[in-house]
Design a protein. Structure first.
Length: 163
């Protein structure tokens, strides 16, 4: 969001692409998780146990039942309200008003990715160690791929193969 104009900021928020919207779902970790994962925040996911930090439900703890990416809302188990017609509905929360108490047990990939060895040691990976694909190999792959995907030219013996 480069602009200072409020209208442009609102437009960029409401018209944001899904990979950008994913960044809006960050929530702080509690002190124990912060120490063990060596991170301050993570994005919330279904199955995480969270504590509500702001609002009239603050202090309550529950499990995330549903995440609405389009409206940037999180629904927590056990926190409902009655509508005027008597129907019970989940109360929506913004992820910034939540604190993650416990991560979902089935979500091992997210836990492992936060404990990457480069981040754990605090050192950056030198550019020399990052391997790049040699130019000859990459060019050969492109030529081979275009031939198998049916490029613009047919093989010379194509008419003989068809008959």
């Amino acid at each position: 969001m480069d602009s200072k104009q409020p209208g442009k900021k609102r437009k960029s928020f409401f018209w944001a692409k899904m990979h950008t919207v994913q960044k809006f779902f960050g929530a702080h970790l509690n002190k124990e998780l912060r120490k063990s994962l060596k991170k301050r925040s993570l994005s919330v996911r279904k199955g995480d146990k969270v504590k509500i930090v702001r609002g009239k439900n603050s202090g309550k703890i529950g499990k995330i039942m549903q995440v609405n990416r389009k409206k940037v809302q999180v629904f927590v188990e056990g926190l409902t309200r009655k509508k005027s017609n008597g129907k019970e509905v989940f109360v929506p929360f913004h992820p910034s008003n939540l604190e993650i108490v416990e991560l979902a047990p089935a979500d091992k990939k997210r836990i492992v990715s936060t404990l990457a060895p480069a981040k754990e040691s605090g050192k950056k990976i030198p550019k020399k160690e990052i391997q790049k694909v040699p130019a000859e190999f990459a060019a050969g792959e492109r030529k081979q791929a275009s031939a198998t995907k049916g490029g613009t030219k047919a093989p010379a013996n194509f008419a003989a193969e068809v008959k």
